[in-house]
Design a protein around this ligand. Structure first.
Ligand SMILES: [Zn+2]
Length: 135
């Protein structure tokens, strides 16, 4: 379902998705935990051209476990994480699915970095789960 819309908590940043995500990944890595303030983040991977943003984000320059850059975009007013761009996947954006107006149509396709998931987060039924990056 394309035409999905979302945005940050305060409304300063809004976006629209022009296509289906190529994959939706639930990420249990410690950086996603810290940035989200939650146990995991849910990332929809799209071509940059299919992501249309209104409003400005600030960027925190992070690094993944590959040592390559992870550019974490967030609303400077309310702090909501919006997208990440990673140097390993040029031309793609990873949209934080928790910022969608309607989460009901999101279908996780893979879980990654599950080695860092706490015991109380059960594996998602029918979804491939990797201890580290998807192999
Ligand atoms: Zn905001």
């Amino acid at each position: 379902m394309s035409g999905r819309k979302g945005g940050c908590l305060c409304g300063a940043v809004r976006y629209e998705l022009k296509a289906e995500p190529t994959v939706t990944a639930v990420c249990h890595c410690t950086h996603c935990q810290r940035q989200s303030g939650s146990a995991f983040s849910t990332n929809m991977v799209l071509q940059e051209a299919d992501y249309v943003q209104h409003g400005e984000t600030k960027v925190f320059e992070d690094k993944g476990d590959s040592g390559k850059g992870v550019h974490r975009h967030f609303c400077a007013n309310c702090g909501s994480p919006i997208i990440s761009k990673i140097d390993l996947m040029p031309g793609m954006v990873m949209v934080k699915a928790g910022t969608l107006d309607d989460l009901s149509t999101v279908k996780p396709g893979v879980e990654v970095y599950a080695d860092h998931a706490p015991d109380w987060v059960a594996p998602i039924a029918g979804v491939r789960r990797f201890g580290q990056a998807a192999g």
